[in-house]
Design a protein around this ligand. Sequence first.
Ligand code: ADP
Ligand code: MG
Length: 550
Amino acid sequence: MSYLPTDASDFASKAIDGFVAAHPRHVQRIDGGVIRLAPIPSGQVGVVVGGGSGHYPAFAGLVGRGLAAGAVCGNIFASPSAGQVVQVGSAVERGAGLLLSFGNYAGDVLHFTLGAERLRRQGIDVRIVTVTDDIASAPIDQPELRRGIAGGLVVYKVAGAAAEAGLPLDEVERLARKANSRIRSLGVAFSGCTLPGASQPLFDVPKGRMAIGMGLHGEPGLSEGPLTDANSLAALLVERLLAERPADVPEDQQRLVVLLNGLGSFKYEELFVLFGAVNQELLARGVVLADCECGELVTSLDMAGVSLSLCWLDAELEGFWNAPADSAAYRRGAPTPLPQAQHALLARFEAVEKTLEQRVEELGALDAVAGDGDHGLGMLRGIRGARQSAIHACTRGCSTGEVLMEAGEAWSDHGGGTSGALWGGALLAAGNSIAQASEVGAAEIAAAFDAALQAVVGLGKAAPGDKTMVDALQPYCLKLRSELEAGVALDQALQNAAASCLLAAQATAELLPKLGRARPHGSRSLGHPDPGAMSLAYCLIAATQAQPAT
Ligand code: ADP
Ligand code: MG
């Protein structure tokens, strides 16, 4: 594939040196590969990708903010060594652990696994997610045997965005696995590729034929078929891939990221012709193209071929797929870091989730006294849904008010029960109130809490003294107002209001319920506080004390 006389022995490393020289704004060279130039904040999970060379833009081209922190770069078509994995991993580790992600090839699995073990001996938490999108390489019931091809972009992108959003390693790993489980690819080749310095291609495709399901390194295809035109090829690829729709996606609710990948010698114009046909095929089948890429994403030196990848999105994956990224070969959106206010807001959601995790049994037991015992679990489901959607909204660059509104909708969807509807309504109203304001200061925050109270009262029709969360929320709002009017600084006022809220919640022990599930067994609850009032106080205390991660 090389036109200039070439020394094959150092071709790959010279190519990486030159790549780094050509992209000084994105990457820096280290022993073992490349790492991103943008500083990696402490506490951010390091996503490390890698594999053999000869596949540009995989893998070095995908290193940058919102994508991989580093790439381990092997020789042409050869896995990097475990030592290289250790070098790149150590260079991007910031105390939150590493996610290693790469295509499922025996050599890569071996070396990355050994490298991971060595990094773990240094005390680093390391997870591995192999990409297994190539449907031609193993049957559907053995997905773990499948190879990784162009679909890796979605896995790396989602993992990189999750890391950039500050998510912990568990979550980054979970999201990478989820992305991998929902992406399928299939490729065809029209001619083989030639190693640098070699005179013969690695394999041949007979004239007038095409290899279906060939590998990225010239591995033989699934089958060989007659060469067809773009429309027939599009139909073939789309049909085989859609047949592997994930089990949990209804046929009429498919939102896809579509990647049409050129493998090296397939010209962009011809890719576009084929993409047009793929687009028609997909639209005819009623699926929604949420997003697409058409170009060289993973190449195989100068192989003439294409691959099509489909990723079935859900709301969570879509948020991370759409998040900004800035690498040499893949850029998206304005790569703005999360504003401070959004960081603080997410820290509050996280703190509330932690508190509810700790209190789930206590709240359930309180609810069991006169209600149905589900309050702790309902609250936990609600906050988890709300926090996920807050993270997505923040990564999309939504304002504080919008983030709260989306979180409110998610809380009602996930939380269920009376409290789910009331918390959802409260967050929605608070977010709406803030979204109307031109700034978010003390007055706007107090107004947002008042709006939340109004929403709870409007929806649930509880009056003070009915033994509900209103008996804690109303004193909170009153105290916050009076503190601010007395000139107390916002942080202190919020703390004092939360303390009053807890006292008021505890005082509901003396009340008899007049509303809700607890009413029929009301007298039993005398001496026990109202679960919804207590959970509100716990949440407000946790939210007030939360410190954003720096
Ligand atoms: P469910 O009653 O549907 O099982 P939960 O157990 O999650 O829902 O929540 C119970 C809490 O919801 C109560 O402790 C109370 O604080 C709150 N609640 C119930 N009904 C009302 C209402 N009409 N107005 C305000 N809060 C209410
Ligand atoms: Mg209940």
